[in-house]
Each structure stands twice: as structure tokens, then as C-alpha cells.
Design a protein around this ligand. Sequence first.
Ligand code: GAP
Length: 492
Amino acid sequence: MEDTFNKIVALCKRRGFVYPGSEIYGGLANTYDYGPRGVELLRNIKNRWWDHFVTRREDMYGLDTNILMNPKVWEASGHTASFSDVVVDCRNCQFRTRADHLIEDYLDKNNPDEIDFGSYQTKRLSEEKVKTLIKTHKVEGYSEEELDEIINALNIPCTICSGNEGNKWTPTRKFNLLFETHIGIVSEEKSLAYLRGEIAQGMFVNFKNVLDTISPKLPFGLAQSGAAFRNEVTMGKFTFRTLQFNLAEFEYFFNPENMKWEELFEKWKEEMWKWTTDILQLKTENLRWRPHTDEERSHYSTRTEDVEYKFPFGFKELYGLAYRTDFDLKNHREKSGVDLRYTDPQTGNKFIPHVIEPTFGMDRTFLAVLFNSYHEDETNGKKRVVISLPTYLAPYKAAVFPLVANKPEITSKARNVFELLKKNVATVWDDRGNIGKRYFAQDEIGTPNCITVDYQTLEDDTVTVRDRDSMKQERVVIEKLPTFIQNKSSTT
Ligand code: GAP
């Protein structure tokens, strides 16, 4: 599995999906840039999400709010106080890491049958918790003191300098994830601001604007998709955890007096599952729901469940679903002094709606889609790598090749076919190397149809269309090609 991970990371670079950030300057840890193929795949995922959850629904309204907000927003939302990870620093090389990740990775690699707490028998950890820890290798929801105790009892070495003698790690401490920045309002005058740590707050602070301007009726959702920033300390795992990432989420507001949050929660679970399995076509055996424990839940949530995907490095969070109650609107009302209540159009009653929040990491979706569709096969002794992306997600729906590059009649005919198709679907031109190599390259970026203009084309105006997955070829009349490709795209 780890091998597949490395292969996909290499393919992403080789084929222009994802590049390490600021590479010519030695990179910047936990940052990545999307290349020409990656940006198309990512945009297709985002567009499909928007189309599915916003455009096609009557009860959803989109927003596009600012990354920079008044810092009071983050105080009211509780992020300045509670949006943190527990970290430790190596006393030897100053390497900083998340305590939970340090322990879980160590347990995964070493699989201990028992843990000798020896002198650390302060008994913060019950026998039952120790047993569960050995079995699950998970420390979600453990207190800082408990994490300290486990790190010391396991004598975990530093992953960078390997130092493990004595007490190598500093005691655990909280590390806030909000990125600070400064806004120069007047020359030399600076004021603290934050890059948004979640995009949800832009929807809460515009709640009144939306009520006042378009008068939506409950229940309804406010949706947006955009960049979020977190000062993550754990590195690695490619784009799974980055400093800047793409989020898409919506706040679904409802009246708790006439709707049971438990039922709504279940309904959104079903919708999220459908998106993941029917639309993205992720294999169900690689997906599961995992409820958060009381201790690990975010400060704003009464109940949270994650959709986890089985990445090559284990089951990890793909999406989250949280019942945020009236936590955010209530706090913003109190702190801003602005009335954020909704008025029931029938009864005239004023109240703060409650909210259910489905949240979707777009970069993790991108990764899951790639892992889900990557495979290798062999035909006639030749190995190939194929990314069997659903057609609507593929960066290009078709590639057009002239059979030979040195016959002007063939290349000019092929250019005509390319121009014709490009008006209708995302199409790419390729005249490098031989046909076999071109197929190979297109399979690796998931192009479902490869179209070759050959000598027969000059006689009967037909081209070969080679299917990515079956590798079958059929001849299609050029005139019918746009409809043929479009029809295929709409069904898969
Ligand atoms: N508004 C709720 C919220 O932000 P979250 O669980 O903290 O919830 C939402 O984050 C989603 O964003 C996660 O389910 C995950 O897919 C993605 N995500 C979170 N942190 C990330 C990071 N550092 N890099 C990439 N994706 C991340």
C-alpha cells in the first residue's frame, strides 16, 4: 500500500498533477501547487460539488466570502482560544510534532503487546484505556497529561534525530492552528489578523445579510468553497495535510422546535454517502463513518462524525459532519451586538436557528479519487498504469493524435478534429512519440478517449476512438464525434 502511495506521488509530479510548493527554493514544507492536469481534476471536483449541493437544490444559497475577517470573528467563534493541537518538541533537535501523531505512528510501526508504564504509574490512564490503546493505536480525545505519560512510557525516539535517551521530549502543550498576519492600515501601524481557519465563519457573519436581501425560509443552507489555512505541525502524507487547503462546506440552518436534529443529521449522512459513493464512485469497502468521542469533538460541536477513507496510510478523515447547534450565531450575536435572529414568517416568532454542517476537504477528495482509480495492468506483455477516473472528473475527455507527425494531410485533418472537439469538451493534442507511448501517457492522466487520425481518415472521414478502460477501438465518423464523446461522458 505504501508502495502505491509513493507511485501516485511520483505520478502526480511526472504528469503535472501536483508539484511541491516553491520547489526551486528547496520547497516549503506542507505546501503544494496544482499543475495543469491537477488543476483540471480539482476544478472538476469542485464544480461537481457546487452543482450537486448548490445549483441543483432549491434550499441552498452560495457565498464567496473573504479570507481576511475582523479578528473579533475568531474570538467569538472560539478559534483563538480553542483551535489547537497538542504538540511536543524534541529537546535535542527542536523538531516539533503533534503528540497524537507521534504516538499513533510509533504504535503502528512497533505493535507493542504491552506498555511498561514503570515509574510513570501516575495512573492517569486506566487499565482499560491502556488495553484499548494497544488494540486501536488511537489516542483521540486523550488529555495532555495522558499523552505525556504514553510518550514517556513508550520512550518514543525523535523521528528526526532518533534521540531517545531519558526525557527527550518537552511536556505536551497546546499550539494554536490559526495563521496570524498583520494588516498595515496606516503606514507603520500594524494590526493583527488571521487567515481563516475554516470557511464556515464567512457564512455565519453574513447570515443577516442573506436574510435581509433574499429572505430564505428555513430550513436552508449557505454554502461556499474556498481556501482555508492552518498552521499544521505534522509533515508528510503529501497533500493530505497542508498549510493551505481547499474546503467546501455548508451550514444548514433549521428550526429546532419543528425539526429533530438527529433526523436531519441522519439525512445529511445519507447525502454525504451518496456523494462519496455514487458521484465520486469511491469504493464502499474503503469508506466508513466514525463518530467522534466527546473529548476529540471540536469546541463548537455537540455531535460529529467523520467519513473516513482508507488511504494507503490507513483509514483517515475525508469529510466531517457536525451539529453546531446555535453556538456560532449565538456567540456572534452576543459579541457583535447585532440581532442575528430569524423571524418565522407565519408566527412572527424570533429565534436563533440551529445548524448542521457537512464539510468536504477538496484536496483530500482529489487524493481519494486518485487512489481509488489508480491501477496497473498488463496486455500483450506490456504493463500500463491507468487512472480510471469517472469521465466527468478526468482533466481531458479526449486526446487527438495524428497517426504520423510528418504527413501534412494527416496532421491538418487531425488539427481540424481537435478544433471541432475542443469547442465541445476538454480536449488535448498529442503528436509526440509513437501511438503506443501516447496511449500510455493518456492512460496515466485518465483521458477516457484517444482519437487517432490515420490514412483511412483521408478516405472515409472516420477516426479510431480507443477506450481507456477496455482499450477497444471503434471507428466513428468525424461529424458524429462530438455527440459520441459527449454521450459517453454523460453516462460515466
Ligand atoms: N468547518 C468545519 C471544519 O473546518 P474540519 O474537520 O476541521 O472541519 C474540514 O475540516 C475538512 O477539511 C476535513 O474533513 C478535511 O477533509 C479537510 N482538512 C482539514 N485540515 C486539513 C489540512 N490541514 N489539509 C488538508 N485538508 C484538511
